[in-house]
Write a protein that binds this ligand. Structure first.
Ligand SMILES: N[C@@H](CCC(=O)N[C@@H](CS)C(=O)NCC(=O)O)C(=O)O
Length: 253
């Protein structure tokens, strides 16, 4: 079996896919793509959409972190990414959907907003990546790409401020799932990888890390991806971070 995984350095759903492949013990070749340019590459490679992660298995194309988790369970059933008990499976699928649809994008918008403000941490997010050009050159010439991606991802002041206000509720929901043993059980499941990778990416932002690392969601993130590339110094306006400082605010939605 020949497996290729197309990623963008620092991408959280791509990290989820990488860690799931590792759990299954499936050897694969990682192909690192530059953001924005990745969209054209994915199109040229005839994936149905333009985002990463995309996976080729003996030429067959699977795109999206949730499609990948299901495909991996078909390819190599043990250890399973989804529980066999039907009720437990429904809960894990709902948590995975939340990770993909509700959590992934706010974290992406916050990161792009921060990188547009200060692009110097880009090099740290590219640690270990092979982009086909020297990393230093890629990082030095990245400003237009960062500006374009921040626009594509709608990482505006208003959206990012709203994302930060919603984050405590999202983190609380994750903590609750951990308490209910839907997440962070003995064996990591697809939702753990999906959610843990997003929380772990959020923790690469020094603005957010202190509010996350001490809570169950932070522990799950460190278990899912102990070595996540990237470290962004504080850059978010202090007033925007206020909702995160008040742990009693913003009940889960
Ligand atoms: N929710 C999908 C979408 C993934 C997604 O949007 N990936 C981003 C990277 S995190 C992407 O490909 N962005 C293109 C770009 O930034 O140029 C998934 O989990 O696979």
């Amino acid at each position: 079996m020949k497996v290729k995984l197309y990623v963008i350095p620092g991408s959280h759903p791509a990290m989820a896919a990488r860690r799931m492949l590792e759990l299954k013990g499936i050897p694969y070749k990682r192909v690192d793509l530059m953001p924005v340019i990745s969209m054209g590459v994915m199109k040229a490679l005839r994936f149905p959409g333009v985002t990463v992660p995309g996976m080729k298995i003996d030429g067959r194309r699977i795109q999206g972190s949730r499609a990948i988790s299901r495909e991996l369970d078909k390819l190599v059933p043990e250890p399973p990414l989804f529980p066999s008990d039907p009720a437990h499976r429904v809960a894990v699928e709902e948590a995975e959907r939340f990770g993909d649809e509700d959590l992934q994008h706010p974290v992406r918008q916050i990161l792009w907003w921060a990188l547009r403000k200060d692009a110097s941490p880009l090099r740290s997010y590219s640690t270990g990546a092979r982009l086909g050009v020297p990393i230093g050159l890629a990082v030095r010439t990245a400003a237009p790409i960062v500006a374009m991606d921040a626009r594509v991802q709608k990482a505006s002041d208003g959206n990012v401020r709203r994302d930060l206000a919603a984050l405590p509720g999202l983190l609380q929901r994750i903590d609750d799932w951990i308490a209910e043993e839907v997440l962070n059980g003995e064996q990591l499941n697809a939702a753990d990888f999906q959610i843990g990778a997003s929380v772990r990416l959020a923790m690469t932002l020094q603005d957010l890390r202190p509010q996350i690392e001490g809570r169950p969601a932070g522990e799950l993130a460190m278990r899912v991806a102990p070595n996540y590339p990237g470290d962004a110094p504080p850059v978010l306006p202090s007033a925007w971070l206020e909702p995160l400082r008040d742990r009693s605010a913003a009940p889960a939605t």
